[in-house]
Write a protein that binds this ligand. Structure first.
Ligand code: CP
Length: 301
């Protein structure tokens, strides 16, 4: 059966239907097994060109997209912003038009401003993938998180998932909330009131200001970054063993990275392979991004 996505761009989770997400997951699981078995990929995709344009720092997302594109047989080019003409004052739109003229199949873009990736997608002919824009969305992070949950919990509906940290500034939280709610999970948000936007209360999500209440009986605890000046929150909102004991005995612990040990999460929990799936998230991320790139390249524009 031919697989395809309805959407040309992936800017936010709501660009994807449930069916699209099922297609992405089926293909990602296929690539995950191939990657685990170190099977050489046979490239059936027509030669494609992918340009990664990261206006903001990244380790995981950039390396993961670069590896995913290369494993699929693509020509992958990274634009290094520090040495690009952005530094000479070139605008985002002029940069977009310049890259578009090189006729890539895909642009993978990270930007510090919410909405910048969407704006760029309106100026180019190729598909655009959002690799994180400001505090708006980071859709492939949420997809890889959700696939990790499915992989570990053997289901993707009816789970209690506690997301803890600076929800206000987190694009990871926004994408995860949109995705997890699409599949009828019980999403709990945990954090200090000033870092929990009212819009989420209005959506009917469960809000907790005490971590001990929010993690109780949870299947999944997803920790987010705190900005470093908020070290004082570790006692209240950092994940330590005492708080983890309140969750289900088989609860998994997630973090999108980069993590601050001793700020959001105790280092012993982060390294406990029985509970922490942080490295698994990274591994699954490559396969997930291979699937998304594949389906966008295969799409008949
Ligand atoms: N999770 C994530 O987006 O990490 P990077 O900032 O390293 O890409």
């Amino acid at each position: 059966m031919e697989r395809f996505l309805q959407t040309k761009h992936l800017i936010q989770i709501d660009d994807l239907s449930r069916n699209d997400i099922e297609e992405i997951f089926a293909l990602a699981e296929y690539y995950l097994q191939k990657n685990k078995n170190k099977v050489e990929q046979k490239h059936h995709l027509q030669s494609f060109t992918q340009i990664n344009v990261f206006f903001e720092n990244s380790t995981r997302t950039l390396a993961s997209f670069e590896l995913a594109g290369k494993k699929l047989g693509g020509i992958v080019q990274d634009i290094r912003i520090a040495t690009s003409s952005i530094q000479k004052g070139e605008t985002l739109i002029d940069t977009a038009l310049t890259l578009n003229a090189m006729r890539p199949n895909l642009l993978v873009v990270r930007h510090s401003s919410s909405g910048a990736v969407n704006l760029l997608s309106e100026k180019v002919n190729c598909s655009v993938l959002n690799a994180g824009d400001g505090s708006h969305e980071h859709p492939t992070q949420a997809l890889l998180d959700f696939l990790t949950i499915k992989y570990r919990k053997k289901k993707k509906e009816g789970l209690i998932i506690a997301i803890c940290g600076d929800i206000s500034h987190s694009r990871v939280a926004r994408s995860n909330i949109a995705l997890l709610c699409k599949f009828n999970n019980q999403v709990r948000l945990i954090g200090p009131s000033n870092l929990l936007p009212n819009s989420f209360k209005d959506m009917g999500l469960e809000i907790y200001n005490r971590m001990e209440d929010g993690v109780r009986n949870a299947d999944v605890i997803m920790m987010l970054r705190f900005i470093p000046s908020r070290r004082e929150y570790f006692n209240r909102f950092g994940l330590d063993n005492q708080k983890l004991l309140l969750a289900k005995t088989d609860a998994i612990v997630m973090h999108p990275g980069p993590m601050n040990r001793g700020v959001e999460i105790d280092g012993i929990i982060a390294d406990d392979l029985n509970r922490s799936v942080i490295q698994e998230q990274v591994e699954i991320g490559v396969a997930l991004r291979m699937a998304v790139l594949h389906l966008l390249v295969d799409r008949k524009n």
